[in-house]
Design a binder for this molecule. Structure first.
Ligand SMILES: Cc1ncc(COP(=O)(O)O)c(C=O)c1O
Length: 424
């Protein structure tokens, strides 16, 4: 008699600990996703807080491998939820290994970070078009400022001569999920001081007795595994500018390589190899003898949450099947604003074959309110609960009540609370 060996299940590309298809049903942080939605309301964000820790830990581990002094700061604009911030804060106090500081881009974010337990010296501010009113808050707060224009140097120099500041530079090269998300490149962008005006910036700083201790750049947002060469071009350019600052006598202590590391949203997209990323940083910045700072947002939180919604319409129009949801771009703007691809999973059939092509649309009365077009999806019925993946970065933070559609509540779950073997 020959025993039948069950063939191993093919895992969906997005599965990871805390986000799994178990007997075909989607589970997040050990709970049945559909049951969470049915027990409450939709749309509903559901966070897996352990994933926040895992993501920060992976970045720290990669940086540890470089042997360089390093600082990891979370770009607060990606997520400002108190539960997420408490989780990050819980990773370690100021200066402790594993701790995470804050990258703030507005006075409001500085105030928010201080209110959620960060010390001023753990907060790095990098803003654009910073006004006198912004400085009214930023200067007394005592946070380190990376200044991104010569006029900002003049303004800060007039108001706070003798301060130690950083320079945000524009490396004239960028990397992004697509061209529109690269922050620098051939076309001039509003960010940072270009190489041709670096000496002038240093002269302005000297005139105001400002000390330049940091060089900062941000290549762009959402770049993936295949974006590493483009990031390296930007890094090489920024490194040359750092060398120039050193030549000019600036006591450079930190090079901040920004954020911008993306998370795959589709099966064919390749994740970033963090060790390869760290090795590139080491190769360029190691010889400078400076500390390296990173300020990722999306990479730390994007895959920590899903957004649950109900299918309210499945209907063919003009040859296209539309799957209409009870949520809109006002609570999930990643595709609408940034053109990040959006993966949609049917919670009761999370690993079912994707046998139809559909457009997934929202309930805002605007033609652009769609999440995925010509999208291969598993069969779906009205009344089904679906999960929109990668909802942890820039989605809740950017929610609005546009059309007076309310913003969505959130559940913050710990895997450890799920209870072994519990079905819900
Ligand atoms: C200066 C700066 N740092 C960090 C970030 C965070 O980017 P991301 O969430 O893509 O890592 C941004 C995003 O716009 C930024 O402008």
């Amino acid at each position: 008699m020959t025993a039948t060996i069950p063939s191993p299940r093919i895992r969906a590309w997005w599965e990871r600990p805390g986000l799994e298809a178990v007997d075909g049903r989607l589970r997040i942080a050990g709970r049945d996703a559909e049951a969470l939605a049915r027990a409450g309301t939709t749309p509903l964000y559901v966070y897996d807080l352990e994933r926040v820790r895992e993501n920060a830990g992976a970045l720290h581990a990669a940086l540890d491998g470089t042997g360089l002094a390093h600082r990891l700061r979370f770009a607060l604009k990606a997520n400002r939820e108190p539960a997420v911030l408490a989780t990050l804060r819980g990773l370690g106090g100021p200066g402790e290994p594993g701790s995470v500081g804050i990258d703030a881009c507005s006075p409001g974010e500085v105030t928010h970070a201080l209110a959620h337990g960060w010390r001023a010296d753990e907060i790095s501010f990098t803003g654009t078009n910073v006004s006198e009113r912004d400085l009214d808050v930023l200067l007394p707060a005592g946070v380190h400022l990376n200044l991104d224009a010569i006029s900002q140097l003049e303004r800060v120099g007039r108001r706070a001569p003798g301060t130690t500041v950083g320079l945000r530079v524009n490396p004239s090269a960028g990397a992004g999920y697509h061209d529109g998300l690269a922050y620098s490149g051939e076309r001039p962008t509003k960010f940072g001081i270009y190489a041709d005006r670096l000496d002038e910036a240093v002269a302005v700083a000297r005139r105001h007795d400002l000390t330049i201790d940091t060089l900062h750049f941000h290549a762009g947002s959402g770049w993936l595994g295949d974006g590493l060469p483009a990031f390296e071009v930007a890094l090489a350019s920024a490194t040359a500018m750092a060398r120039r600052l050193l030549q000019l006598g600036c006591p450079l202590a930190e090079v901040n390589v920004g954020g911008g590391l993306g998370r795959p949203a589709r099966e064919h997209e390749r994740p970033i190899d963090l060790d390869a990323y760290a090795a590139v940083i080491r190769r360029h910045l190691g010889p400078l003898g400076v500390a390296v700072a990173l300020e990722p947002g999306d990479h730390m939180v994007k895959d920590t949450a899903i957004l649950l919604g109900e299918v309210v319409t499945v209907e063919e129009r003009g040859g296209t099947t539309f799957v209409g949801l009870d949520l809109g771009w006002n609570v999930l703007c990643g595709y609408f604003i940034y053109r990040f691809a959006q993966e949609v999973v049917v919670c009761r059939a999370a690993d079912a074959p994707r046998t139809q092509r559909v457009t997934v649309a929202g309930h805002i009365n605007e033609a652009g309110d769609v999440f995925a077009e010509d999208y291969p999806m598993a069969p779906v019925r009205e009344g089904d609960i679906v999960a929109l993946l990668n909802a942890g970065g820039y989605e809740q933070a950017m929610s609005t009540d546009h059309c007076l559609r309310p913003t969505a509540p959130a559940l913050f779950l710990e895997r450890s609370d799920a209870g072994a073997g519990r079905a819900d």
